[in-house]
Structures are given as structure tokens and as C-alpha cells.
Design a protein around this ligand. Structure first.
Ligand SMILES: *Cc1c(COP(=O)(O)O)cnc(C)c1O
Length: 494
């Protein structure tokens, strides 16, 4: 299985090259040449496996240049010992039809851990194959959760260095504290004056800046990405959708007519992984793309025009405050039937004018596969409150966006097939807003609120969050977005 660039499908590389480089030189994203499909027999086998076994089974289809031993080493390193009860993606059932896929049992309490615990293994294994001896420098732009998850995944990993940029006013206090207290000898954290899109654009510019690239090469280093533009971030996410299907089968759910999947969406990585799972044979019916007030994807799915020229909102679901959803490019490639010229043109339009429009045929395909919806801040809070009152189950602000949009979909369509809702963060990561949803006028600092939330809802504070209280702050850097290249070179000492 090889990988091609979304902007030039003549560029054809191995999985190791795709993962080691992160992004294709001309700016395109790597996608599998063909999406493998699983048979009934595969699912019958997968059904009785543990998560780690399922992961290895699925990765073998995508990483054909890795040996079986390498794959085993990667998945065991990633998923044994770092998730609660060694269950990275358990399902909790609410009522008859709703299955919450809890993706926040890892070291940083958000779904990014599922990919970012595995990525360092995939990346160092890939780097050994394709650029022997070179040090890999990981650059990350984060709206909060990726940064911390990447730092945890890469801290003290041999032959790597990692630099994380986050928008100074765009992350929650807990997210900020999680990053600023990061341990490890190869890590650097810096906030920038700007929003997430500024951070992401800045990182992309550094990646494609030839002068900086040459400077790194002279020092025997090269860049890679831990953002979901890296294929190594996406492939681990396909696993949990397949695993969720296997668990539903195991639970004896009636899946005769398939099931729906709801994903609170920002960069379009998570929902794209669900699409790949669907293409591989998981009987997913509708993919419900849930947005907050930054509803650029809702408008795109409804109109066929993607237009980022709009007001940017800072919301209580900050990991979804994004106006440029990078992974939509991979979806466009799929729905334009591998026509990389068209994709390149659309991305060029986006870079030049901030918008693009797909043709009617492609738009219709989008509408068939996806439902796009969004909810307001108040609706997000209502979803937390209602879910808690109805089921005694606490959800975070991002999951709440998914629940709220699912309810709109249900009301509009009457489609009450079983549903899997991706729950992307622990409510304790956003305790302030979660608590305000279920109780008026609570005062206290962040950590007092954790205790109040825990007592009130009879749930435990995850240890990685509880322990932040006494963690030492190591990073307090603020930079102008224009200075990002300087920050990188200074940290690297070159
Ligand atoms: C990153 C993130 C999202 C958005 O996921 P994408 O893959 O970027 O669409 C949603 N919720 C949480 C909690 C996140 O951290």
C-alpha cells in the first residue's frame, strides 16, 4: 500500500515516508492509494480481539512496509499501560439507541491520545527506515488538546524534539496549565498572539520554507508534524471506529440497517477517520458533522461553498474553534475521485480568496454521506444539563456539541438508527463550563471547581488533571506570530 499526495497523485511514497515527512513537499496531504476493505470474516475475527490486537490487525493493511514485529511493538507501546483499564475506547450506553464512544481515558484526557500515543512509535520506526540517523523535529499548532497529547507522546523519545504553539487566548485554563507544566528534556511550549488558524498557518509556513529546511538539514535534522495532516495521526483513529462496531456486534445490537456516527468536528480529522472506516466496510449510515458557532463546515455541507471569510468565535468548545479544516482536503480527494488537479485548484482558491466551491456532483456526494449541523453556546450548555438530568451522565463541552446536533438531526430526519457519538474529552478538562451548565453561580478557582463537580456528579477527577495542582510551570513564553520561525531556530540552537 502506497500513499499519494492530494495535490499531485503522481507523487507516490511508502507509509514510512508519508509518516516521516508529515506533509508532501508541494503542500498536499498523503492519502492511501486505495482504501482497503474488510470482509465478514475479518469482522468475525476482530470481534473477539482486544483493542491492541484489533489495532495491529488493522494497521497491517495500511503499513505494509512495516514488519509484523514492528507493528506489534508500536501498538503495545502505545496502548498497553497508558489508558484506564487498558481500554482506550470503551462504549457507554445511554438509553435505547445512544452509544457514547469514550475516547478520553488516556494520559491527557482527550481523544487525541489515541493517535498521539501511537504516533511517536510510528514516526520513529518510519524515520529509521527513511532517514537514518537524522533527528526528527515535531512542530505542532494546537487549539489545546493536540499540543498536550503530542507533548506526552513525544516527551523524552530518543532522536526527537517537539515544539508546540498555542493561541494565547484560545485554550482553556486547564489546557494551558497542562502544556505549560510539561516535563521532558526535548520539549518546548510557546503561546502566540493570534488564534488557532494563525498558529496552524505559521507552522505550515515553517514546514514549507526552504531556507529553514536547509538550515535543519545542515544540522542533521528534519521536520515532521504531529497534527492531523500527518497520516500517522489519522490511521490510529480509524481503529476505534472499527473497534466500536465490533463492540456493538458483541453487545448484540441490531445493526441490520447500519448505524450513525456523530463527531464534534474541528480540523475534520476524526470524522474523516470514521469515513475511512465506513469505506472499509463498517456499516455506517450517516456521518453527522457537528460544529460550534464556527460553523464553516455546516455551511459547506449545505451549500457546497467553503468560505472562511467570517467572524471567528472563541467558544466553550475551543478545540473546535477552527475555520480552516485541513483534513477536508483528504475528503475532497476522495469525493473528486482522486482528481488531484481539482483538489489543488480548490486549495489554491482557498489560499488566495479564503473560499472555494465544489461542483454539484461532488456537493451531492457530500450531502449524501454527511449531515452538517451546529449549535450555539447556550445549546451546548443545555445539552450538558439535559444529558446529566436524563441519564446521570456527564459530558464535556465538545461532546455536548455532538449531542445537541444529533438531537437536531433526529428531529429533522426521524432517523433513529443506533448511533455512536464520539466523546472527545473528559468533562474535567472543561470543568468550569461543565459545572456552570449544571449549577448556577458556583464560585471558586479551577481546582475547587473540580472538587465541586466531582461531589455533585459522583464521578472521579482523572488523575492527570488532579495532579496539575502541584505541577511546576516550566513554560511562560508568548510570541508574535511572525516570530514563530525564530522561536523554532532558537530552541533548536541552530
Ligand atoms: C481536536 C478535538 C476536536 C476536533 O477534532 P478534529 O479531528 O480536529 O475534527 C473535538 N473535540 C476535542 C475535545 C478535541 O480535542
Amino acid at each position: 500500500m502506497n500513499y499519494v499526495s492530494t495535490r499531485n497523485n503522481k507523487i507516490n511514497v511508502t507509509a514510512a515516508t508519508a509518516i516521516a515527512s508529515g506533509i508532501s513537499a508541494e503542500g498536499g496531504l498523503f492519502v492511501p492509494e486505495t482504501i482497503p476493505s474488510l470482509t465478514e470474516n475479518d469482522f468475525a475475527e476482530l470481534k473477539n480481539m482486544s483493542y491492541v490486537e484489533r489495532a495491529a490487525y488493522i494497521l497491517k493493511y495500511y503499513l505494509t512496509d512495516f514488519t509484523n514485529d514492528e507493528i506489534e511493538y508500536c501498538v503495545k507501546g502505545a496502548y498497553c499501560g497508558s489508558f484506564d483499564n487498558d481500554q482506550p475506547a470503551p462504549i457507554t450506553k445511554l438509553g435505547q439507541n445512544i452509544n457514547i464512544l469514550e475516547l478520553w481515558h488516556g494520559p491527557t484526557c482527550a481523544f487525541k491520545d489515541l493517535a498521539l500515543q501511537l504516533l511517536p512509535y510510528l514516526l520513529t520506526t518510519s524515520a529509521k527506515k527513511v532517514n537514518q540517523g537524522k533527528q526528527t523535529v515535531i512542530l505542532v499548532a494546537t487549539s489545546g488538546d493536540t499540543g498536550k497529547a503530542a507533548l506526552e507522546g513525544f516527551k523524552d523519545v530518543e532522536n526527537t524534539k517537539i515544539i508546540v504553539f498555542y493561541p494565547c487566548d484560545g485554550v482553556s485554563p486547564m489546557q494551558k496549565l497542562q502544556m505549560d507544566t510539561q516535563k521532558g528534556n526535548n520539549v518546548f511550549v510557546c503561546s502566540i498572539k493570534g488564534n488557532f488558524d494563525d498558529a496552524q498557518t505559521g507552522v505550515k509556513q515553517i514546514f514549507t520554507n526552504n531556507v529553514i529546511k536547509e538550515t535543519l538539514e545542515k544540522s542533521n535534522m528534519n521536520f515532521s508534524s504531529a497534527n492531523s495532516i500527518n497520516w500517522g495521526r489519522l490511521v490510529p483513529q480509524i481503529i476505534y471506529y472499527i473497534s466500536a462496531y465490533c463492540d456493538l456486534l458483541k453487545n448484540g445490537e441490531n445493526l441490520e440497517n447500519g448505524f450513525n456516527v456523530v463527531v464534534p468536528t474541528g480540523n475534520f480529522g476524526n470524522i474523516l477517520a470514521a469515513y475511512y472506516a465506513k469505506q472499509m466496510g463498517v456499516p455506517i449510515n450517516k456521518l453527522i458533522c457537528a460544529s460550534n458557532s464556527n460553523n464553516v463546515l455546516t455551511d459547506f455541507i449545505n451549500s457546497g461553498t467553503y468560505d472562511r471569510n467570517r467572524k471567528f468565535f472563541t467558544t466553550i468548545s475551543p478545540s473546535m474553534d477552527i475555520l480552516i479544516s485541513s483534513n477536508l482536503e483528504r475528503m475532497l480527494y476522495e469525493l473528486c475521485e482522486n482528481d488531484s488537479e481539482t483538489v489543488a485548484k480548490l486549495q489554491n482558491d482557498l489560499a488566495k480568496t479564503g473560499k472555494f466551491t465544489v461542483d454539484e456532483n461532488v456537493h451531492n456526494k457530500f450531502k449524501n454521506i454527511f449531515y452538517g449541523g451546529f449549535c450555539s453556546e447556550q445549546e451546548t450548555l443545555d445539552a450538558i444539563k439535559n444529558t446529566f438530568e436524563k441519564y446521570g451522565y456527564l459530558i464535556d463541552t465538545h461532546t455536548a456539541v455532538a449531542v445537541s446536533v444529533y438531537n437536531k438531526y433526529l428531529a429533522e430526519s426521524g432517523d433513529n438508527k443506533p448511533v455512536v457519538i464520539a466523546s472527545t474529552a473528559s468533562p474535567y478538562k472543561f470543568a468550569n463550563d461543565v459545572l456552570s451548565a449544571i449549577e448556577n453561580n458556583v464560585s471558586g478557582n479551577e481546582f475547587e471547581k473540580l472538587e465541586i463537580l466531582s461531589n455533585k456528579t459522583n464521578t472521579d477527577i482523572p488523575l492527570p488533571i488532579k495532579n496539575l495542582k502541584n505541577a511546576q510551570v516550566r513554560f511562560q513564553n508568548i510570541s508574535e506570530k511572525e516570530d514563530m520561525p525564530k522561536v523554532v531556530l532558537e530552541f533548536l540552537g541552530i
